[in-house]
Design a protein around this ligand. Structure first.
Ligand SMILES: *[C@@H]1O[C@H](CO)[C@@H](O)[C@H](O)[C@H]1NC(C)=O
Ligand SMILES: *[C@@H]1O[C@H](CO)[C@@H](O)[C@H](O)[C@H]1NC(C)=O
Ligand SMILES: *[C@@H]1O[C@H](CO)[C@@H](O)[C@H](O)[C@H]1NC(C)=O
Ligand SMILES: *[C@@H]1O[C@H](CO)[C@@H](O)[C@H](O)[C@H]1NC(C)=O
Ligand SMILES: *[C@@H]1O[C@H](CO)[C@@H](O)[C@H](O)[C@H]1NC(C)=O
Ligand SMILES: *[C@@H]1O[C@H](CO)[C@@H](O)[C@H](O)[C@H]1NC(C)=O
Ligand SMILES: *[C@@H]1O[C@H](CO)[C@@H](O)[C@H](O)[C@H]1NC(C)=O
Ligand SMILES: *[C@@H]1O[C@H](CO)[C@@H](O)[C@H](O)[C@H]1NC(C)=O
Ligand SMILES: *[C@@H]1O[C@H](CO)[C@@H](O)[C@H](O)[C@H]1NC(C)=O
Ligand SMILES: *[C@@H]1O[C@H](CO)[C@@H](O)[C@H](O)[C@H]1NC(C)=O
Ligand SMILES: *[C@@H]1O[C@H](CO)[C@@H](O)[C@H](O)[C@H]1NC(C)=O
Ligand SMILES: *[C@@H]1O[C@H](CO)[C@@H](O)[C@H](O)[C@H]1NC(C)=O
Length: 412
């Protein structure tokens, strides 16, 4: 079952351009952040013909810290993403106080990279620039354009999709308020396509497979870790979708790569807050009974602002009783667990281990395993016992058989 799911997911990824997340930082604060997929169409000459190659921005793309900058009085903010041997994409920004925009886009490609440009009749790095890139948004909002959009840059074409981007950022993460591009506004009125976009830029055209486990923690004000969690999370939400004009049930994985954790730890309650790109906020509240020294997950709150929702989805249940364990121990459940929160929202957990209280060494304490895991461990024991029983029966049957045939000889 699992193998089949991951093969399907694998094919889905191969046929899809990958999303990357790029950030420019100054000190501890982020000034530019972009989540996008990009495809480049580049023409080059061989000795006999002109060829065109299609290159997508790989997931190994990284921000060039040396060239990128948050801008100064005399220079503008600049995001430079580098990939492969000497290829780069640059976005330079400008603002007039109320709007910001991409002032120019630079594409740099290295014809000496023979894997991309076989038989190129020249070598060396080509740089092309376009200063008419129609990307702009209100200050303190995120530019959002999920629709595929192409921009000519010199002789090449740069095609973006699933794009979320912000410059001159007031916070360290993309602003929850979005400036939606014209193309997205017109597509929301059109009938929905089969591929839907997940709350973040990560494209997920097929039902998601098993979510990747993320490592999350909460620190006290003096910097010591007071809550540890490791888990893969999958949200199962029913909501009214405006483009589809009906209630849809959406299963969405939380991507740990773009999820930040925070929270608070008090004597008898601890809160873990997971936030994915400002669009999904998930709160877990654990409660400790100091008389019995037992704790449990008592509350889950979800706030989701996904693109096709008419209004933000919010669900909360503060009288839950999941993940019961003992102070000084962690709680573990490797098996998939479904936590019902409200009728319209349940949470599936995978490969989970949490310790909301009594974290001493930044590591999990001894785990108390959930019943599902214990049952699964029981299966090999039962099978083993059954096999041993079978062997015993065969052995006894054989011994009896031998004794009888012995007896037979003696009578003759
Ligand atoms: C960055 O954060 C660290 C620790 O959180 C702090 O010690 C340092 O002063 C911060 N630097 C700046 C420039 O804010
Ligand atoms: C390819 O060669 C043609 C003719 O020689 C020339 O006009 C064109 O600019 C060249 N293209 C590139 C991308 O170098
Ligand atoms: C990039 O994507 C490939 C194929 O989808 C995957 O095998 C690889 O692990 C990814 N690498 C990173 C750094 O994300
Ligand atoms: C930038 O401008 C502000 C005010 O205009 C000034 O106080 C500051 O010193 C300038 N910074 C640099 C690096 O020039
Ligand atoms: C910024 O530019 C936009 C569009 O050109 C214009 O509508 C707006 O008034 C400008 N704002 C300021 C403060 O100049
Ligand atoms: C790109 O735009 C920035 C800001 O407007 C400017 O400083 C830079 O010189 C431009 N680069 C090119 C190659 O035009
Ligand atoms: C953007 O946010 C910052 C910090 O929150 C604020 O100081 C600034 O006035 C805001 N600018 C606009 C145009 O709303
Ligand atoms: C700081 O951490 C220590 C050790 O974890 C703890 O005993 C102490 O209470 C903490 N102090 C504050 C102010 O949180
Ligand atoms: C949405 O669906 C309802 C009934 O299913 C229908 O009456 C209504 O006209 C539809 N609205 C739009 C905008 O399609
Ligand atoms: C998260 O990042 C890792 C390494 O950078 C990568 O292998 C993995 O595919 C990413 N996961 C998702 C869901 O994007
Ligand atoms: C704590 O546990 C004790 C003993 O199991 C129980 O009597 C008490 O009601 C619990 N307290 C709370 C606040 O649940
Ligand atoms: C999550 O918890 C934080 C801190 O306790 C709180 O500020 C925030 O409002 C909560 N969010 C939701 C959606 O309940």
């Amino acid at each position: 079952m699992k193998v089949v799911a991951s093969i399907v997911a694998c094919f889905a990824v191969l046929g899809y351009i990958q999303a990357v997340t790029l950030e420019v930082n100054k000190g501890n604060s982020t000034c530019i952040k972009a989540e996008l997929s990009a495809l480049f169409s580049i023409s080059y000459n061989t000795s006999s013909a002109t060829k065109t190659v299609q290159v997508s921005l790989p997931n190994t793309t990284r921000v060039d810290e040396g060239s990128s900058s948050c801008g100064t009085n005399s220079s503008s903010p600049w995001l430079v993403a580098v990939f492969g041997p000497g290829h780069a994409l640059g976005l330079s920004f400008a603002t007039n106080g109320s709007l910001y925009s991409v002032a120019n886009m630079t594409l740099q490609y290295n014809l000496s990279d023979t894997s991309l440009f076989p038989e190129a009749n020249s070598s060396g790095v080509v740089t092309v620039v376009s200063s008419s890139v129609d990307i702009w948004a209100m200050v303190n909002t995120t530019y959002r354009c999920f629709t595929t959009t192409s921009f000519p840059v010199g002789g090449a074409t740069v095609t973006f999709s699933d794009m979320r981007l912000e410059a001159y950022m007031p916070e360290n993460d993309l602003s929850p308020t979005e400036s939606v591009c014209v193309a997205d506004k017109s597509t929301t009125a059109a009938p929905p396509t089969t591929t839907r976009t997940t709350p973040t830029a990560a494209p997920s055209p097929t039902p998601p497979g098993t979510p990747e486990p993320g490592n999350y923690s909460v620190k006290t004000s003096n910097g010591t870790i007071c809550l540890l969690a490791q888990m893969g999370l999958q949200l199962n939400v029913s909501y009214f979708s405006q483009p589809q004009n009906k209630t849809v049930q959406d299963v969405v994985n939380l991507n740990p790569n773009v999820t930040s954790s925070s929270g608070s730890c008090e004597a008898s309650s601890a809160t873990l807050v997971l936030s994915q790109g400002g669009t999904t906020t998930l709160n877990f509240t654990f409660t400790l009974n100091s008389t019995s020294n037992k704790y449990h997950l008592s509350g889950i709150t979800l706030l989701a602002k996904w693109d096709d929702m008419t209004a933000p989805f919010s669900a909360s249940n503060t009288s839950l009783n999941y993940m019961r364990s003992t102070l000084g121990r962690s709680y573990m459940c490797n098996a998939e667990q479904t936590l019902d929160v409200v009728p319209a929202f349940s949470l599936n957990t995978f490969r989970l281990q949490v310790q909301p209280f009594g974290v001493t060494t930044n590591n999990f304490a001894t785990a108390e395993e959930c019943q599902l895991d214990q049952d699964q461990m029981l299966i090999p024991i039962i099978v083993g016992a059954a096999l041993a029983g079978l062997v015993l029966i065969v052995l006894i049957a054989y011994l009896i058989g031998r004794k009888r045939s012995h007896a037979g000889y003696q009578t003759i």
